[in-house]
Design a protein. Structure first.
Length: 326
């Protein structure tokens, strides 16, 4: 029974593997929904609203914005500088640390003033250049009106109405000159119209030219004022630059002085904590005790016992080394 059960189990496993290896049946995709001929409008949420381009700021708004932003930063730096001043006055020991910090803040303030003044100088100079185009337009308009006045004056002066009337009367009495008569009558009508309209045109042209000249004078005054302000802001920027150089020198002095004071403080602390090493009591006692006086006994050396006999002036004979004996 056992081999049969094992055989059945193997057959079932092989059948499962064969079923697993077969590809799964593919489902047919659903047909897309029908598209209507009339396109549906997009929902309100999906419509992208175009953003309006930012409008450029006017000249006075740009100038006011630069000044307001600088004043805000300047007030913050003034508070910071006053806090350092209070710390230095309250604790003199911290004054040497507060002074460099204060100079650093002053350096930032002068740098900001230099950059803001340069930006304001550019704004005023640019506005002055813009006025030049308006001045040129007014000058062209004034020249045009003066030319119109000259033309009106020349036209009135060149017309002799009496001559035209006499010529018309003479031509009317001569047969076959209808065309010439019509031309003379046309010229007479134009002369009458010019005589009526010329004074009004001249007055209007003179008034427009005078008004344009007044506007031109005001524009020139404004341009001079703008150029003056631009030069003043340029001078402010140069002054701030010089102040920055002086403050940098002062900061260098504070840094060098602080280093010297640190060295002095360390030196004072080292000299205040000096501990000398004295001699031990034993050494003092030894040196203070009297030096001992002893006698040394010299024992005779038998090898050198060559004292000469009395009356003999000879010394010890020289010994010959053993290796030199024959």
């Amino acid at each position: 029974m056992k081999p049969a059960a094992i055989l059945l189990m193997m057959c079932g496993a092989l059948a499962g593997v064969a079923l697993a290896q077969q590809p799964a049946p593919t489902e047919e995709p659903a047909p897309p929904p029908p598209v209507s001929d009339v396109s549906q409008p997009a929902p309100e949420e999906t419509k992208a609203t175009p953003e309006a381009p930012p409008q450029p700021q006017a000249f006075d708004e740009r100038v006011q914005r630069l000044l307001d932003e600088f004043n805000q930063r300047h007030q913050q730096r003034e508070l910071e500088m006053s806090s350092y001043g209070k710390v230095g006055s309250a604790e003199p020991a911290l004054e040497r640390f507060a002074d460099p910090r204060k100079v650093q803040v002053e350096l930032k303030d002068e740098l900001d003033r230099e950059q803001t003044s340069a930006a304001l100088a550019e704004e005023y100079a640019g506005r002055s250049h813009e006025i030049q185009s308006a001045e040129q337009a007014l000058q062209d308009f004034i020249a045009k009106r003066h030319k119109a006045l000259d033309d009106l004056g020349k036209r009135v002066n060149n017309i002799n109405r009496q001559d035209l009337e006499v010529a018309a009367a003479n031509l009317a009495r001569q047969p076959g000159t209808e065309a010439q008569v019509r031309d003379i009558k046309r010229r007479l009508s134009e002369a009458e119209r010019d005589e009526k309209e010329s004074p009004a045109k001249q007055a209007q042209a003179q008034q427009e030219a005078a008004s344009a000249e007044e506007e031109l004078a005001r524009l020139r005054v404004l341009q001079q004022s703008l150029e003056k302000e631009s030069k003043a802001y340029t001078a402010d920027a140069a002054s701030a630059h010089q102040n920055r150089l002086a403050l940098a020198d002062r900061l260098e002095f504070y840094v060098v002085r602080a280093q010297a004071e640190d060295v002095l403080d360390q030196g004072h602390k080292a000299t205040a904590a000096v501990r000398h090493i004295s001699a031990s009591p034993e050494v003092v006692d030894t040196l203070s005790s009297p030096a001992p006086h002893g006698k040394l006994e010299v024992k005779p050396n038998p090898s050198r016992d060559c004292s000469p006999p009395a009356g003999d002036g000879k010394g010890c004979p020289e010994k010959t080394p053993p290796e030199q004996k024959e």
